[in-house]
Design a protein around this ligand. Structure first.
Ligand code: ADP
Ligand code: ASP
Ligand code: MG
Length: 407
């Protein structure tokens, strides 16, 4: 039997008629013979309001645990409301909150960014399965977890998406549907650029990078539970129909692929172009890349300083690139001179944990290199990847050290 996990975001249950519409869309699928688990967020901006209230009343004295308990009231309320609405439409439903013995999502004791205890959750999901087998629609509080001493924890802001994908994974659901206030994943945030266009589909990898760079439309950690066999989509609540198309998220989350240290097979050469006050001059990047593209030379990276720009190309291309860029330097007054520097090894370190651990992660990477007297020629970092360039002969050693870090 098809099993759908449907997650309703705050706006989609923003008032009485929306809650009814949402509940009706669930009942419609149920009537088609599908099993449905509902995961629901707090109504509208309730979570923000509860945080605001407690800050006004208590200020800095609020403990994390108190904050989690107070925020939880949003989802405790919406799950009850949603479940009662489903019942009013003639189908049996039960709300499941962390006080319920059937509650499945077990975490560590971190109140505000709790880590999920996957194996216990996977075990406890049987309670939800039993409800489904009795023809009941379970309505589970999104965002919440239950800590080691039975206390309420939260999965971090926007965490209901994580709840939905986690439950979908543990139940071997056929589909996870994220119901929100936009048509799906778009070319950018449609609330910032009106002309944004809807994407029919997006790969897990792209979605991961988009989400870790701030696109709120899906919590990145939800993707960790995206199985190959589960289809997943993001749709607009306005349709009141869970079979609406929206944006499909394709492919599985490949933990290994997303957590890796890769030593690039070929040496990389650095070419530095210098010129007075380059950082403040417009269009230099385009000039450099257009110049190299004219001979089909791929650029592996660029870094910019006050009075210079460094371009990274394959050693095999470096002589060609050097001569082309030299002509550019001669032609264009912005540049005064260039230098073809030593060759380097490029190591790319990718981990889904970087988003959690950003404060300490760079030093975790640089420290073992320093201890082993390996000079870092360049380093660049984003939310998902850190790229380190070291002297060519240090490549293999650096690679081994960084592999140890990731383990
Ligand atoms: P929900 O409460 O349903 O979880 P969120 O506010 O967390 O909804 O996420 C939906 C919001 O994500 C949209 O209203 C939109 O402003 C924002 N968003 C950011 N980037 C994108 C994007 N590329 N495509 C669609 N929505 C985006
Ligand atoms: N209600 C929670 C929040 O606002 C969780 C969620 O909406 O996903 O962060
Ligand atoms: Mg959200």
């Amino acid at each position: 039997m098809d099993l759908i996990v449907a997650k309703f975001g705050g706006t989609s249950v923003g008032d009485g008629s929306r809650i009814r519409k949402a509940a009706q869309s669930v009942v419609n699928e149920y009537m088609k013979g599908k099993q449905v688990v509902v995961v629901v967020s707090a109504v509208n901006k309730t979570t923000d309001e509860l945080i605001g209230l407690s800050n006004d009343a208590i200020g800095g004295g609020l403990t994390d645990r108190q904050k989690a308990e107070i925020m939880a009231m949003g989802e405790l309320t919406s799950a009850r409301l949603f479940s009662a609405t489903v019942e009013s439409l003639g189908v049996k439903s039960e709300f499941i909150d962390p006080y319920n013995e059937l509650w499945p999502i077990i975490t560590d004791s971190n109140a505000l960014e709790a880590k999920i205890d996957f194996s216990t959750t996977d075990e406890k999901i049987k309670g939800i399965e039993n409800l489904l087998n009795q023809g009941i629609i379970p309505v589970v509080c999104g965002f919440l977890g239950k800590g080691p001493s039975g206390e309420i924890t939260t999965l971090g802001r926007g965490g209901s998406d994580v709840s939905a994908f986690l439950i979908g994974h543990c139940l071997n659901a056929s589909e996870v549907v994220i119901v929100t206030d936009v048509d799906g994943v778009m070319s950018t945030d449609p609330n910032k650029i009106e002309e944004a266009e809807l994407l029919d589909e997006i790969s897990v990898e792209e979605m991961w990078d988009l989400a870790t760079h701030g696109a709120q439309v899906l919590h990145p950690h939800a993707l960790k539970y995206k199985d190959p066999l589960i289809s997943a989509k993001i749709i607009n609540f306005a349709h009141g129909d869970l079979s609406t198309k929206g944006t499909r998220i394709t492919g599985p989350f490949e933990g290994d692929m997303m957590k890796s240290v890769v030593l690039y097979k070929n040496p990389i050469s650095l070419i530095a172009l210098v010129g007075d006050g380059m950082l403040k001059k417009v269009g230099l990047l385009a000039k450099i890349t257009t110049c190299l593209a004219s001979d089909n030379i791929n650029v592996f990276g660029i870094s910019a300083g006050q009075n210079s720009m460094t371009v990274f190309v394959e050693k095999a291309d470096s002589q060609k690139a050097y001569h082309l860029l030299h002509s550019l330097v001669i032609e264009d007054d912005v540049f005064s001179s260039l230098s073809l520097a030593n060759d380097t090894s490029m190591i790319t370190v990718v981990s889904p944990d970087f988003t959690d651990e950003t404060p300490g992660i760079i030093s975790k990477i640089t420290e073992p290199l320093r201890k082993n007297h390996i000079n870092i020629v360049e380093i660049s970092s984003s939310q998902t990847a850190i790229v380190v360039f070291v002297d060519l002969e240090d490549g293999k050693k650096a690679y081994e050290l960084l592999e140890e870090v990731l383990e």
